[in-house]
Design a protein around this ligand. Structure first.
Ligand code: 13P
Length: 250
């Protein structure tokens, strides 16, 4: 089963609208005609009205870093799926470890957001990954299985087709310590096996599982060479057009 890789930029809380526009202006010519992989940008919500029109008609998709699961309501500071879609956003990150760590997102919240995103026809990128303490205690597999099971509660095989998973070991995020290709592949295999258990072998073999955590132009090729690594979710190295385009062209 061949899976089209997704190379995604998580800009986190960086860039002004002017900086975001300058990125897109410089980035698009660097990846013109690149159809081997899907490429997506995930800017802050206030940048979406700038970045989405700037990418319109190109091969670059744009999504949000987070959404609320409710359609609308009194949720100060949150962004609804309807708001994202009205701007033309197509993708959304769900359950990034920084959301889990700093904003108390649980597997239950991740699950609610996943249901809402799928219902609205968005492409959800569900983020999972163990912290260093869990890895050192030999609990990585258990943590990943729990996160997948929690995120996918009540999701049917038919509904699961658009889902993308991003495996981001928390100890590798922003630390410069990438998981070795072997460590990452091992985790990806565990995740795919768990998806197969929950949703069947067909869904599991077509589901894209991205790796994230200190992905750089000089380590992406070895990561992408692994059988179960179907793309990258890139933080720091996605902020510059040159390094993100080099990653997309691994
Ligand atoms: P870094 O690439 O900066 O380690 O960030 C990874 C990440 O969190 C992407 O979502």
């Amino acid at each position: 089963m061949s899976r089209k890789a997704l190379i995604a930029a998580n800009w986190k809380m960086y860039k002004t609208p002017a900086e975001a526009l300058a990125f897109v202006d410089a980035f698009l010519p660097l990846v013109t005609g690149h159809t081997r992989d899907e490429i997506a940008l995930f800017p802050s919500p206030v940048l979406l009205p700038t970045v989405i029109p700037a990418c319109k008609g190109s091969n670059i998709a744009v999504g949000a870093q987070n959404i609320h699961f409710a359609e609308e309501g009194a949720y100060t500071g949150e962004t609804s799926i309807g708001q994202l879609k009205a701007l033309g956003g197509t993708h959304v990150l769900i359950g990034h470890s920084e959301r889990r760590q700093y904003f108390c997102e649980t597997d239950e919240i991740v699950n609610k957001k996943l249901h809402a995103a799928l219902k609205a026809g968005l492409i959800p990128v569900v983020c999972i990954g163990e912290v260093l303490q869990e890895r050192e205690a030999g609990k990585t597999s258990d943590v990943l299985k729990t996160q997948v099971t929690g995120a996918f509660a009540g999701i049917t095989p038919e509904a699961a087709e658009p889902i993308v998973i991003a495996y981001e070991p928390v100890w590798a995020i922003g630390t410069g310590k990438t998981a070795t290709p072997e460590i990452a592949e091992d985790a990806h295999r565990t995740i795919r096996a768990e998806v197969a258990k929950l949703l069947g072998a067909n869904v599991a073999s077509s589901m894209r599982i991205l790796y994230g955590g200190s992905v750089k132009p000089d380590n992406v090729t070895a990561l992408m060479a692994q059988e179960d690594i179907d793309g990258a979710l890139v933080g720091g190295a996605s902020l510059k057009p040159e390094s993100f385009s080099a990653i997309a062209k691994y």
